[in-house]
Design a protein around this ligand. Structure first.
Ligand SMILES: [Zn+2]
Length: 441
């Protein structure tokens, strides 16, 4: 920032004394790396790129994320790590420290590169993984979370690092205390990285979320913009210029890679159809009272995961089969304590192959509106209804479900149980869930 030579020399010395993350991401298969350290280290080559200007460091990060997700990726946007990286099985865990540190790395990567893909990665983690791992009133958190989490109890799990089998319990010291120290950085850092200043004296919007920004733009003029939205539970965002005199500056909007048919309209003017996965630039002369309308239509998407299970997504949200839960306090008094979360409804469902085949007809999306803290099973703003069948031979083993039955989408598992309606809600709203769902016929 200052160009001071002795600081740049110091930066180079620190860089050279640090683990060679660049070489790691370029050449190694991500094996027994520590999850949290990897989440922190993923930004290091691009931080250095600011000084070196060598594209090698940008490519190393892109390659690193690609490999982490290919070999360890989970649908909530993270790589498994309990505590070491642990492959794609949905009963392997991810530590809360990994969630918040990966978010901060992605915020930094977007800031330096302006590449919208880092916004896509960030919103997936922020709107799915982060809220799932923390109790609604913020008095407790888990140490590990799992995409398929049928109970949170003090018993045996398939984790490679254990802490007296308390890793899935909600508490302040379950697992290890680091996650309590770290959980509070998730949302504040996220909010402070929604809007960015740009090198051409403009403003860039990374991830959509309700917010107000007060900022100096153009030749140093102050504006205030309110971002009015229920995103990610709504596909509409309105930017309202609240304060400030006439000013000219470029406004950049991230168009998510998943969006088909995005629309942007300024006041009552023409409608633009920007390309998905880009930063859309508006060279505007802005006045108080101006409005920018952004519409990001969300479609149901089905993707394939471990043992050919399916994951249902809609826009930035991942949807899980919700398991009704019961919280049992096993320690502590008053507001704080340690809880087990027990399943009160069935979890061993598959999703009907014909629903996957005719997804627009067989998935019914219901909107409940927002009231209070939305990341809760009772207050889930969106519910998706579809059909499934129970898989009787898929049973519990220890504190997790037994091996995920192999279910190729072109066929599916034949079961003779009755067809039932099944309910999916956003991953971030669940406490107990099946996210990687087998396919049945
Ligand atoms: Zn931790």
């Amino acid at each position: 920032m200052t160009g001071e030579k002795f600081l740049l020399d110091l930066g180079e010395m620190v860089f050279n004394m640090t683990l060679d993350w660049t070489k790691r991401f370029e050449s190694e298969y991500p094996e027994s790396w520590h999850g949290v350290n990897t989440a922190m280290g993923i930004k290091q080559p691009i931080v250095w790129y600011q000084y070196s200007k060598d594209e090698r460091y940008v490519k190393a990060v892109e390659e690193g994320i690609r490999k982490l997700m290919k070999y360890h990726g989970q649908p909530e946007g993270l790589f498994s790590g309990d505590e070491m990286l642990h492959g794609k099985d949905p009963t392997h865990g991810t530590e809360l420290c990994t969630v918040v540190e990966y978010m901060f790395s992605l915020e930094t990567l977007f800031w330096i590169t302006g590449n919208p893909i880092f916004g896509d990665y960030l919103e997936k983690v922020a709107f799915n993984a982060l809220p799932a791992q923390i109790k609604d009133d913020y008095t407790a958190r888990q140490y590990y979370q799992m995409p398929n989490q049928i109970s949170c109890t003090k018993e045996w799990h398939n984790f490679n690092t254990k802490h007296d089998e308390t890793e899935l319990l909600f508490g302040l010291e379950t697992g290890y205390g680091c996650c309590t120290a770290n959980m509070h950085q998730g949302w504040p850092k996220f909010v402070s990285h929604l809007w960015y200043a740009t090198s051409d004296n403009g403003l860039a919007l990374s991830v959509y979320a309700p917010s107000v920004v007060e900022v100096f733009v153009g030749k140093g003029k102050k504006v205030e913009i309110e971002e009015d939205t229920d995103y990610p539970f709504s596909d509409e965002v309105v930017l309202k210029f609240k304060k400030g005199k006439k000013v000219s500056f470029p406004l950049y909007l991230r168009i998510p890679g998943w969006c088909k048919g995005p629309e942007i309209k300024i006041n009552d003017g023409e409608v633009f159809h920007p390309q998905a996965g880009t930063m859309f630039k508006i060279d505007g002369v802005w006045n108080k009272g101006d409005k920018v309308y952004i519409k990001l239509p969300m479609d149901i998407e089905v993707s394939n995961w471990f043992e050919y299970s399916v994951v249902i997504e809609r826009g930035p949200l991942v949807y899980s089969l919700v398991i009704r839960d019961k919280w049992v306090k096993i320690e502590g008094e008053g507001k704080y304590g340690t809880w087990e979360v027990l399943p009160m409804s069935g979890w061993n469902y598959g999703i009907l192959k014909e629903c996957i085949d005719k997804k627009d007809k067989e998935f019914k999306v219901k909107f409940n509106g927002l009231s209070g803290y939305p990341f809760s099973p009772e207050r889930s703003p969106i519910v998706i209804l579809t059909k499934g069948k129970r898989i009787p031979f898929w049973r519990q083993y220890g504190g997790i479900h037994g091996p995920l039955p192999f279910s190729p989408w072109w066929d599916g598992i034949r079961v003779d149980t009755p067809i039932e309606e099944i309910k999916l809600i956003p991953y971030g709203c669940t406490n107990l869930r099946i996210t990687e769902i087998p396919v049945v016929k």
